[in-house]
Design a protein around this ligand. Structure first.
Ligand SMILES: [Zn+2]
Length: 203
């Protein structure tokens, strides 16, 4: 247990211990199922990250309804991919042995270009299949990391999850190898405006 104090990331008004994720006032607005999920986040030391993931998700849903949604959603798409790409850059290249460092760099560069829409998903997909075939492991944690590494950059149209589920799955896999504080820092960096403002209220 740490006693790091932060401002509740949702209301941005009440000081809390970071492990709580959100203040009790914000917590009381959750329905019973969400409160149950919240307890799980707290016991797995995951609440601060999930508070941010839900905040990003809410902002995304809000943008979908706005009049200039197309350009805003394009920005979300790019930030999501770049954010997770930076998370993966924290991993040692040996995690993906026998893929070489050069191949990994090439793959990451293709992802960056895809996020900027200067590469098509076919080009990226073809290269990703070639690399994926080189990997094999019996370790379930590593299997999940590999699966995520070769799919996280997917387009919005085939993204099966909400943004908060997306970040929950990806960071849930990565937290075995990357400190949660680092993952939070990367999310804040890629979603600076959302991170520093109170959560948007959906009607
Ligand atoms: Zn609050």
């Amino acid at each position: 247990m740490t006693d790091k104090q932060i401002l509740c990331p949702w209301c941005m008004q009440i000081k809390i211990i970071s492990e709580k994720g959100i203040c009790s006032k914000c917590y009381n607005h959750l329905d019973s199922l969400e409160q149950k999920n919240w307890h799980n986040y707290q016991t797995s030391n995951y609440a601060e990250l999930m508070a941010l993931a839900i905040k990003i998700d809410t902002a995304f849903q809000f943008s979908e309804k706005s009049s200039d949604s197309e350009s805003v959603l394009k920005q979300f798409h790019q930030s999501r991919i770049r954010c997770v790409l930076e998370m993966f850059k924290q991993l040692n290249n040996t995690t993906f042995k026998p893929i070489t460092s050069e191949e990994l760099e090439q793959y990451k560069h293709l992802i960056k270009e895809y996020s900027e829409q200067t590469r098509t998903d076919e080009e990226l997909n073809q290269f990703s299949i070639v690399l994926r075939q080189k990997l094999s492991t019996n370790n379930p944690q590593l299997q999940n990391i590999y699966t995520t590494f070769f799919s996280f950059w997917c387009g919005e149209e085939i993204l099966d999850w909400s943004y908060f589920q997306y970040f929950e799955i990806i960071t849930g896999n990565l937290k075995f190898l990357i400190p949660i504080e680092k993952l939070i820092e990367i999310m804040q960096k890629h979603f600076p405006v959302i991170s520093s403002n109170p959560i948007k209220q959906l009607n």
